[in-house]
Structures are given as C-alpha cells and as structure tokens.
Design a protein around this ligand. Structure first.
Ligand code: ADP
Length: 482
C-alpha cells in the first residue's frame, strides 16, 4: 500500500471548471478502490464549506510568507471513504465567485497569493509538518495551482517522491517579479532553471523543473508539448525532461458510475449496447427540449464545451453553417459558456437555422448527460486537447465523436473505415473545411444504419474506465519510490 497525497485546486462535485475536477475525484477513488491510502487536498472554497458541513478541524499551520495560520479541515470526498483535506484560509478562499475568477468575471487579483498559500500548505502536509502523523510516499500535484509545492520540498531530506501532472499547458500561472517578492520565495528560485520564465514568475515551472516525474493526460499530448506548436514556450524544458525519461502520458479514465447509459438518472430512457434502439427515446426528448422538429432519421450533432478558442468553436460554427447552407439535413444542439463572441455566434447560428440548431448558454450537469445520451455524434474539433473527456463519455453512450486528430482525441477515437470499423471520425487540419469533410463522412455513414450501429456497439465496448489508467499511475508511483 502506498500513501499518496493528491493535490488539486478543483474536485468534482465540490468545485469544477473543467476536466481537472473530474480526474481529481475519479483517480483518487480508483486508487482507493485498489487499496491505496490516498488523501486529497484542495482549498476550502466557500462552495466546499457549504457542501461539507461536517468537516472537522484537524490541524493548524503557520506558513512562510503569510501572516495568519491556516487550518486543515478533514472531510470525505462525497459518496466515498476517501479522506479530503481542505486548506482553510477564509481570507483567501471563503468568497463568492469561481475558484479562479470573480463573480463579475476576470481573475481574482490575488491568485498568486492564493495558490502560493495552497502550495505551501501542500508542501507542509507532504513533509508531515502539520502534526497529522501521516507522511505520503508520493506527492501527486496537478496543474499550476499546485506547482510551487514540488519546488518547495525539492531539497528536503526525507521528502516524498513527487509527480506533477499537466492537465492543460495553456494555463501556467505566470505573475510579475513583484508578486515573486511578495510571496517571500527564496531568491535562488529566480533562475531559468528555477521558477523564472521570461522575467516573470511561473508557477507551472515549479512542477516541470522540480518534480521527479511529469505526466500529461494522454500519450500524444506528452509528445506534442515538446514542440513549438503545442509547447506554449515551455517546449525546450519539456523536451529536456522527456529526454531524461521524466515525461510520459497516461490517458484519463472516466467515472463509469457517473457516466453510464444503463443507469443515468438524468436521461429519459436508459439503454445499453444490447438495447441501443432505446437511445432514440433520448434523441426525441432532446429534440423536444431544444424545440427542434422531432426527426428520428436526421443526424443530430452535439457540443458541450467551454466556449474558448482551444475547443475550435469557430470551426464548428463555420462548418455547420456551411453544411446547412448546402441544404444538408442535420441538427446541432450546443451547451456551453465562455467567450462572449462564441456565445453570440452560436446564437446567430440558431437564429439563422431555428429548426436545425439549439443553443443553451450556461453550465448544466444534467443537460450534459441528456446531450451525450440523445445525440448521434459529438463534435470536438479542438486546436489542442490534453485528453478531453467528452469524447470518452460519448463513446460510452454510443455517440460517435467527430474529432480533430490531436492529443487525447487522437489517442481515444478510431477513425471510421467506412465499413463499420472504427469508433468515430477524425480530421487533421484545424480548419472549417477539414471539419466539413468529416461531418459529411459522418452524415453519409449515418444513412447506412447497419454500419453506424456496428460502430456504436464497438464504441460502447471500449474500456476507458479508471481501472486501467489507475494501474498505470500505480506503476509510475512504484518507479518513483524505487
Ligand atoms: P476541459 O477540461 O478542457 O474543459 P474536458 O473535456 O477535459 O475539457 O472536460 C470538460 C468537462 O466539463 C466535461 O466533464 C464536460 O462535460 C464538462 N462541461 C464543460 N462545459 C460544460 C457545460 N456548459 N455544462 C456542463 N458540463 C460541461
């Protein structure tokens, strides 16, 4: 049994802005189920304090660079026995708004301090300095919000082995030199082989430089980030760590209980690979929900996403517009929120094709399940995609993904061969034209119901549960401990 401290700034269902939250719940749970002593640490945001009313104070620590001590509250990950520690600093975390952004939008101005405090608390827990009588063998940090922790303990004797997972390299936690000074970090960190990044402080470099090993959430993305196109300025460092054998990719799994068409509490008609005909009941319900004509034989496309450039929302809008302009009979339902221009462009598309396009702007867990169950195909034309979860949910729901061949999308979706083989549709270039070709391939195949059915069943049988990915992490933990 290994002792693992799993550090993350968001954990489903407590606080979530994206896939990181899903992974931060389901991976620790899978490790726990495999007999590991895993404990999660996250900030005590207001939303967590509300949801975990029974949380008990178990420790108090004074952290360098911060005036007041923080307390550690202990609870359990909802619906599980996994120990959850909350870093409680009301001044930093007990406020309305998102984990990173203010209610009125825009990042919290004190994010550097908030996540430096979080990282210092993680480091203290990793060194068993909070008096909890528990020191992990492995500290597993995730994304820039935890990045300083591996740096802070790198030189300490008797420290745990450290692993840093990149869920999205586009978010790096970069701040000014003034912030660096304010955080009371040792001057030795201000170096290219430290936390400095083009005269600024980079939180993510703490993980990339100082962790014993680095992973990303798919094998393809692990290779892509070593190139200038995907490396976001860190490709040199990442190539170096890769050459050292310190960088690898492990594809995320999904929570098979949460995402299970056989017993999904949100959907109109549960179904399985054996009863896939029943999926049509969910399609009809979804068309009704979005006020679209009930057309069982029209290809219904789905989109659930943060509406940001990464996700190729503009490609979807342009390709679908072109397809509909050409008179194709397809429908599209969208759920998302994000950049105002994409929200507006989706609404414009809907106004132009009111009986073809449905749009909900917002974040809606139940609706996301209904879309996965109800649509025939799911579009994900990401410009880059560290792993991507929705294509995995889609596969499990017999909803064929149409994806750009990048990162985790390339690693999880097998391109249709036109004969019933494959589990979805891939295209290479990040252009509307390339996506349009893929949409047309999908529409043509959809008309061949037998072949489509065969692909659906193959997709539903693919195993993307956490069981196998968790074993890969365990093997890596063992390497680190050795
Ligand atoms: P990312 O983390 O880059 O946003 P992922 O595909 O890894 O992308 O994970 C996104 C997660 O967030 C999925 O669980 C997806 O269903 C969910 N999600 C994104 N937008 C919405 C939304 N508007 N409503 C409900 N769920 C959403």
């Amino acid at each position: 049994m290994r002792k693992i401290l799993f550090a993350s700034s968001e954990v489903h269902p407590l606080v979530k802005t994206g896939g990181l939250a899903d992974v931060s719940a389901s991976l620790p749970l899978a490790l726990h189920e495999q007999g590991q002593d895993v404990r999660i640490v996250m900030p005590a945001y207001r939303a967590c304090l509300g949801a975990l009313e029974g949380a008990v104070e178990v420790a108090s620590i004074k952290l360098d660079g911060f005036l007041l001590p923080v307390t550690i509250l202990e609870s359990r990950l909802p619906n599980s026995d996994v120990v959850l520690w909350l870093v409680n600093s009301p001044y930093h975390f007990d406020r309305d708004g998102g984990p990173y952004s203010q209610p009125e939008g825009g990042d919290w101005p004190d994010n550097a301090a908030r996540f430096a405090l979080f990282s210092r608390a993680i480091a203290a827990l990793a060194m068993d300095e909070a008096g909890l009588q528990w020191q992990p063998d492995i500290l597993h940090c995730n994304d820039w919000q935890t990045g300083l922790a591996p740096a802070l303990i790198a030189d300490k004797p008797d420290r745990p082995a450290t692993l840093f997972t990149i869920h999205n390299l586009a978010y790096q936690g970069v701040y000014s030199r003034d912030e660096f000074d304010a955080l009371d970090l040792d001057e030795s960190y201000w170096a290219i082989e430290g936390l400095e990044f083009y005269s600024q402080l980079s939180f993510i470099k703490g993980g990339l430089v100082f962790a014993d090993k680095i992973t990303t959430v798919s094998p393809s993305y692990a290779q892509e980030i070593c190139t200038a196109e995907y490396g976001a300025g860190l490709e040199g460092l990442l190539s170096y760590r890769s050459e050292q054998g310190r960088l690898s990719g492990i594809l995320n799994g999904i929570d098979h209980d949460e995402w299970n068409p056989k017993q999904d509490r949100y959907i109109a008609q549960p179904y399985s690979a054996k009863t896939i005909d029943k999926k049509s009941g969910n399609k009809a319900a979804l068309q009704q929900l979005f006020s679209l004509p009930n057309e069982p034989k029209t290809l219904l496309l789905g989109l659930i996403s943060r509406l940001v450039s990464q996700k190729g929302i503009d490609l979807t809008i342009a390709a679908v517009r072109q397809l509909l302009d050409e008179g194709a009979s397809v429908q599209l339902v969208c759920l998302g929120s994000g950049d105002a221009e994409y929200e507006r462009d989706l609404q414009v598309l809907r106004e132009r094709f009111p009986d073809k396009v449905g749009v909900t702007i917002g974040y809606d867990e139940a609706l996301s399940h209904q879309i996965e169950a109800g649509v025939d195909a799911f579009v994900m034309p990401s410009r880059f995609e560290p792993c991507g979860l929705n294509q995995l949910y889609s596969l499990r729901y017999g909803t064929l993904p149409i994806v750009r061949a990048t990162g985790g999308l390339a690693d999880s979706v097998e391109d249709a061969d036109g004969l019933g083989g494959g589990t979805g549709f891939q295209f290479e270039l990040a252009t509307a034209e390339a996506m349009l070709v893929a949409l047309k391939r999908a529409d043509a195949l959809y008309q061949q119901a037998d072949l489509w059915r065969k692909m659906q069943v193959t997709a539903m049988k693919r195993d993307f549960s956490w069981q196998s990915s968790a074993l890969d992490y365990l093997a890596l933990y063992d390497e680190l401990m050795a």
